[in-house]
Write a protein that binds this ligand. Sequence first.
Ligand code: NAD
Ligand code: NA
Length: 399
Amino acid sequence: MIIQPRTRGFICLTAHPDGAHQAVKNQIEYVKSEDEIKNGPKKVLVIGASTGFGLSSRIAAAFGSDASTIGVFFEKPASEGKMGTAGWYNSAAFEKEAHAAGLYAKSINGDAFSDEVKKETIELIKKDLGQVDLVVYSLASPRRTHPKTGVAYASVLKPIGQPFTNKTVDFHTGVVSDITINPVENEEDIANTVAVMGGEDWKFWIEDLKAAGVLAEGVKTVAYSYIGPELTFPIYRNGTIGQAKNDLEATVPVLNDLLKDLNGKSYVSVNKALVTQSSSAIPVVPLYISLLYKVMKAKGTHEGTIEQMQRLFADRLYTDNGEVALDEAGRIRVDDWEMADDVQAEVAKLWKETTTENLSEISDIEGYRKEFFNLFGFQFDEIDYEKDANENVQVPSIE
Ligand code: NAD
Ligand code: NA
């Protein structure tokens, strides 16, 4: 089958397995080109392992530190005439590359919020690895069914208090326009978003893993957060999703308590704004990312998810002296290059000037678009998209 991109807004309905394989290979090559991560993790569980930061965490651990990895994700394999999802193809490619390199890699496809998937994961750890020494929590989801009550929560992306008006871009057409997003109408929208993207499920995971005895002495766990510039505060950090991030960050001391007798530690890492399936869904943010990319590429400080996760492991979580640098609120910061004063000042200046007419000149909208299509395995020079794709691709450990 010939597979071409088919988009609906910020969603791409198709994915290219060979392109996804190329994307994974490129990330592996990057990690191999860097120094080995000394004292790195050896047995790693990644929750949300199929795309974005989670996939890159898995690749950095496996190929930077020879780690055995178990990945948990929620993806679809190909079925009668329908393609699989990008994350499915990424995971198939990851496992194949890991196995070829002699590394243990198995995956679990299912709802990470459920008790069943937690149980299944624990059984797999017990059977194959005994214990894990790193747990990466990288879920991004619009909904969660609570495992204890069965209540289904849906998150919303809205400001709190006042309406928020700012520029936004349709990254397909390059049209810049003003958008007004109305604030949440009730506290429930906030609570629902916290229930989906806050720290409760991370806590459930760590509680269950600990109770099962599958966390190693000195275990670390890390989850990902975002802060970003003032111009996105109303929709991000001070909006509903920001409340969920506050809750996630407030879970760190709770988990530190829980892990104390194992000499374990929990962290939140604040990562850089990047093109992923999740971030493309947030209004205003794609325009910010397009300007940010332009400025950071010009300065030579641009990073993608794999560069970010390599730096998180090598320069933050697993340093030579064992120390983990934290900010005043106790968080790891790998958004430091994004938040540098000179970068932010330039982005803020460009932000004011941006129009539909000058967008392609003053922003990296082309880079944004390319990365968006890359997420789904498209627009890789190495792939001949006129050729039949190898669509019946399976994740070796699952099928
Ligand atoms: P992503 O959409 O690329 O990845 C989400 C992952 O979660 C996928 O592996 C998906 O399969 C998995 N997932 C979703 N629902 C699931 C479920 N019910 N069960 C099992 N797996 C499920 O997103 P991302 O951008 O990599 O986000 C990961 C984390 O990083 C999030 O906490 C996000 O807020 C944070 N973050 C993102 C950015 C950014 O700019 N993209 C910046 C900083 C922090
Ligand atoms: Na992820």
